[in-house]
Write a protein that binds this ligand. Sequence first.
Ligand SMILES: [Mn+2]
Length: 323
Amino acid sequence: MRHIIEMINSANKIALITHTKPDPDAIGSVWALYFALKQLNKKVSVFFEEPLPKIFDYLEPVINDVYYNGTNLKDNDLIIALDIANTKLLGKLKEPYVKFKNSVCIDHHPMRKMEAGYEFVVDNACATTEILYDLFFTMEIKITKQIANCIYTGIVGDTGRFLYSNTNAKTFKMAYELAKNNADINFINTILMNKITKELAKGIKILFSNLDFRGNILFSTLSLKDYKIEKISPVSSADLIGYLTDIENIDIFIVLNEKSKNKISASLRSNNKYDISIVAKQFGGGGHKQASGLQEMIGDIGEVKENIYKYISNNLQSLIITK
Ligand SMILES: [Mn+2]
């Protein structure tokens, strides 16, 4: 951590970036660090791919310091990438980031493919905002209500409101401290509830129509044909998989998603018995033991499903987590 603090201290103009389609942890991390660096009188700019959803307005983002393309990225002393494990997920910011000489990534994802920069990874942190919380403590940054809201947003987002297996005693301790620092806990808990749009509802309809129970493994598939029938464009499998994981007597959950012709992505989840990241890795993806993802498998969605099923059933023993 000392190295990051030195990097921050010796920079004046600092840029903050995160992955495309930023989730609450990514957005909370960016704005928490923005407000913290402002306390240190740094000149801070924030780079996103596109405007943030309106629901995050409560974080009071400073619109004047936000940029939507990477051309100014090089005009900084330091770039800090947040909540990102793979430079591919930087979208159009990838190139200027990789070329830049002085960068650091602060993140909690264990499997990494960053092509540049110093990496500060705490993979037992429930959220990137947890790492920032510890960093701010060390740097004696004042946890204002605004910063508390940002940090709490990341924690609530990445723990699924304190339900996922990354929730532990420290998570609640932080929540306690953030509540004491006037974080709007009820408001944030409510705003980060799964809001179901009409599109997502139709996605859920497809999801449940195509359930395929294979013993303790559960699949669902969403093909372009399904989407066409429902007259919607593909939704994100990460937004769907949570509807499956409440189903009883299943250990492994997989949603396969045909986002464009024969290009299949997937979200994988498991209970604490199995390490699903091994499966994700096998097919070119990655992630956490209990929550992983896959991008761009090529092929017929039904065949991709059978390939994954074959691999899992042949290797089930080696997926068991031994403690
Ligand atoms: Mn995160």
